[in-house]
Design a protein around this ligand. Structure first.
Ligand SMILES: Cc1ncc(C[n+]2csc(CCOP(=O)(O)OP(=O)(O)O)c2C)c(N)n1
Ligand SMILES: [Mg+2]
Length: 356
């Protein structure tokens, strides 16, 4: 309590008019902590990939940390999240231990999907992260179906369905928004507009590049928010989530941010100019919140350095946990495949004899 009082005194003497003034300082520091943790985690994921500790694909949330943390702060623990393959940060911000997320990247049994999913297929029933999808737009009809299930059962949960800007040109996006609007489903569709679908800029892929306006085609509310501003993202997402919860009205939220690196860790992003890269670095949401916290006297240099050191240690611990975890046993290779058996199909395991 005493700490709170001195905190207030300290901030009252600060320059008036900061947009952070109305916010609880502890909450602000916690958002910064989560954003830095995701930044350090993703840097360690990129490193693990180049060390061949991580296989398959690996898409990072670098530059999207304010969006990720703001969106997740708008949800209740009982709300559901569906995401695309760029979901590591969401998994952490939804409450999954970073070690389990890294272990999934490393393909270990302690991972969120027992090591069978990898980077693009995080899944966790407890925190209600229902994927991680590698097919662009694959999550959108499934999320809409989950919202229908909630409505059918009379529950008060809400579904958030995250996707990229490129996803809005997939047919399933339009079918899903149409049904959600017709049937008043409790879902908020979120377009994370990072400016690029792989190497293609939004303006070259979408005839209407102001993507939130697509909601109008379904008489749905749509709005756009600065994805580099964690508080603005949380405010808009919270308002739309609560409206979906209480009135069963779906909405489309577009967050605008910049992808700091290539599409995946193997993409050197040569299609971007030096000016693009400079603009991306200038918009860096982590640096922006850091500077704002100092200016508003929410935290001083030492406190922020402490948070950064802790985040680095937590990311390091996640790597150690993953590296020390066992690989799945090869005998479990087919344990989680549910397709109907096909006549003559081989279920041979590595090292099984060719002919029996
Ligand atoms: C149906 C389908 N088509 C194409 C691809 C190849 N692909 C993977 S990511 C991607 C770009 C998607 O961009 P966006 O929706 O903006 O998401 P971001 O990667 O920026 O998060 C494409 C075309 C795919 N995985 N699935
Ligand atoms: Mg994109």
């Amino acid at each position: 309590m005493a700490a709170r009082t001195s905190e207030r005194a300290r901030r009252t003497s600060a320059k008036a008019g900061s947009p952070l003034d109305a916010e609880d300082p502890e909450t602000l520091r916690e958002y910064f902590r989560r954003m830095v943790l995701i930044r350090r985690f993703e840097e360690r994921a990129a490193q693990g990939y180049t060390q061949a500790k991580i296989g398959g694909y690996c898409h990072l949330n670098l530059g999207e940390e304010a969006t990720v943390v703001g969106l997740m702060a708008a949800l209740r623990p009982t709300d559901y999240l569906f995401a695309n393959y760029r979901e590591h940060g969401y998994a952490i911000a939804k409450g999954i231990a970073p070690g389990r997320v890294m272990a999934e990247l490393y393909g270990r049994t302690t991972g969120t999907s027992k090591g069978w999913g990898g980077s693009m297929h995080m899944f966790d029933r407890d925190t209600r992260l229902l994927g991680g999808y590698g097919v662009v737009g694959g999550q959108v009809p499934l999320a809409t179906g989950a919202a229908l299930a909630i409505d059918y059962r009379g529950g008060d949960e809400v579904v958030m369905c995250q996707m990229g800007d490129g996803t809005t040109n997939i047919g399933a996006f339009h079918e899903s928004l149409n049904i959600a609007a017709l049937w008043n489903l409790p879902i908020v569709f979120v377009i994370v507009n990072n400016g690029l679908g792989m190497g293609t800029v939004v303006e070259r892929a979408s005839a209407e590049p102001e993507l939130y306006k697509r909601a109008a085609a379904y008489r749905m509310h749509g709005e756009r928010v600065d994805g580099n501003d964690v508080l603005a993202v949380r405010e808009a997402a919270h308002r739309l989530v609560e409206r979906a919860r209480t009135e069963g009205r779906p909405a489309l939220l577009e967050t605008v941010s910049t992808r700091l690196k290539g599409h995946s860790v193997v993409d050197p992003a040569r299609y971007r100019t030096e000016a693009d890269n400079t603009a991306a670095r200038d918009a860096d949401p982590v640096a922006r919140l850091r500077a704002a916290l100092i200016t508003a006297q929410v935290a001083d240099e030492d406190e922020l350095a402490g948070i950064e050191a802790d985040a680095r240690a937590e990311a390091d611990a996640a790597v150690s946990f993953a590296d020390a975890s066992p690989h799945p046993d090869v005998s479990t290779l087919f344990d989680y495949t549910y397709a109907t058996p096909v006549a003559g199909d081989s279920r041979r395991l590595p090292a099984d004899p060719l002919f029996r």
